[in-house]
Design a protein around this ligand. Sequence first.
Ligand code: FAD
Length: 460
Amino acid sequence: MATPSRSSVIIVGAGISGIAAAKILVENGVEDIVILEATDRIGGRMRKEAFGGVTVELGANWIMGVGGKVPNPVWELAAKSSLRTCLSDYSNVRYNIYGRSGKMFPSELAADSYTKAVDSALEKLRNQQGTDGGRRDFSRATEPPSSPKTPLEQAIDFVLHDIEMREVLPIPTFLDYGEQEYLVADERGYEELVHKLARDFLSIASEGEILDSRLQLNKVVRKIQHSRSGVTITTEDGSVYDANYAILSVSIGVLQSDLISFQPSMPRWKMEAIGKVGVTVYTKIYLKFPYKFWPCGPEKEFFIYAHERRGYYAFWQHMENAHPGSNILVVTLTNEESNRVENQPDEETLKEAMEILRDMFGPNIPNATDILVSRWWNDRFQRCSYSNYPITSNHQVVQSIKAPVGHIFFTGEHTSEKFSGYVHGGYLAGIDTSKALLEEMWKEKEGKAVRLTQVIRRLS
Ligand SMILES: Cc1cc2nc3c(=O)[nH]c(=O)nc-3n(C[C@H](O)[C@H](O)[C@H](O)COP(=O)(O)OP(=O)(O)OC[C@H]3O[C@@H](n4cnc5c(N)ncnc54)[C@H](O)[C@@H]3O)c2cc1C
């Protein structure tokens, strides 16, 4: 196979960070780039899917952090694309808790359990900091002394710890950008933001489709050879690409897997840092019904189910605010439960979910007519939903994760010190990494010019 000509920079991965990084390079005159993306699409973890007559999101769904003094850059991108969004109504979520009897828990009881769960969540975070450096290990359950025991306490603890408080307080996203969260409910999907960024610098055909040889889809990077003079990248189909530099935007889950090999190997400090980062798996299960049987209206968008098994079909949302008349519910699972459900047939999952719904809403509710289950853990191009640096957010670990190794630069949500795990984290990381690379390229150019002047002086 013919080797393509050498480019200045190869960007591995076409999620929001890779595309943002590529855009900055092109806008700064580095036009001979190549983007290698393993799948047949751009957007990465921003991924829409048609389901039950509407467009739903398998990955990122919310623009988190809106309404503060500083505008969230992703909110600004959404405004430019006139993305349809819907303010999420979390009010009362902590009290919309159903037990196995189908009855809601009295709000005073929920309030007590909530206080207890906050203490426990904080204690758990502190424990993690002290023991395992925050790395999420599915096989080892750490149980603080005052860990929640009753189904109600477990459910609140799950929502707090696995859904809401996955960062140290105060959460930089909400502190900087505001506390509102907007659900993207646009038929073009959240990924439209990535497409728009890409269309800004890549050639497009008349129907708006990207047709630019610099974007190469279905190219799974398997090997990166690097030296002082540049990088040589080999993909699964045997194609070989040479460049002066590479920007690697694959997820932390991929970096922790053996999908990509490096020659020479990554230095020890880099591997150790990569190994220290925890990952969260976040699974969405969409269920379509012939009609609604759940309460709607203000303060009813989210509800919780309290099962004795922590996180078992605990966190529910109806889609009536985002997609009125769609008759869709979504339930979120995380980590161990995600893993379990990813590895079983969807019919089994549907059966489990229906049992829970019948516990909550009675035996006469209709069966779901369709189900959609996301599988981020089993996706070899992801191996996680997002990085998880609980309080250990030890400055040094993130710095080591994002530090370049020779001519390889690193980006992606997991390289963002303040906003890891978020779309805006990925977007800002892409911009930052490219700026750092441009600086390096300019320095190298300056160095070459100085060396050339010295040679000319010596010769004259
Ligand atoms: C279920 C879920 C829910 C989420 N919810 C939210 C939310 O509501 N709000 C929010 O702000 N954030 C949310 N996030 C996080 C957000 O989606 C990510 O932080 C962000 O999209 C990451 O962008 P990225 O560019 O860093 O990585 P990615 O989007 O993962 O891009 C990396 C790209 O690299 C490609 N790739 C991987 N391996 C290779 C290889 N070997 N060769 C070539 N290409 C490769 C991948 O296919 C992918 O396209 C959620 C994520 C998930 C999964």
